[in-house]
Write a protein of this length. Sequence first.
Length: 191
Amino acid sequence: MRYSEEHKEATRRRILTAVGRGFRKAGFGGIGVDGLSKFANVTSGAFYSNFRSKAEAFQAAIHFGIADVRTAVESSRAEHGDGWIEPFATFYFTQFVSCDAADGCALPGLSGDAARADVKTRAVFEKEYVALVDSIAEGLSGKTDSRMSKAIVVTALLAGGVTLARAMKGRAMRDRVAVAVRDAVIDVARR
């Protein structure tokens, strides 16, 4: 039985989503092809029919994961106009601070492993990151260079803020970090 292209694409997207969850949960070094296949509920053969290697799957997870963040930014901009940053930052810190690591944002969840990866993987990360920065910058005021700088700071605050908040043992301190950094994101973006 031959599967339609739509079925194949849906299966690949499901596998890619699961692979991204596996990398965010265990890190690149903490999970192998068998673990990723288990996360995706497929055989290792099915994994290899979608990716030539674990590194290629990681690159795809970076692309897919950061593109999701960019989509969230663009949706918030479309829905809220010039006032988009506050609802976006609130959503971001509400969504990603207390969820399971596997369900977290790719920006903080994959950045550390990307920094230790090979040149090709870092190039994929950089390309997706620049597209995210461009999308954020488009929604900010000021001259182009200023908007780009603010967007870089916003992404650093998002990734760093979630990482620090998630590292807290107690909920009170976790929430305090999340709220303080969310407010800083809003402040930087509005300058």
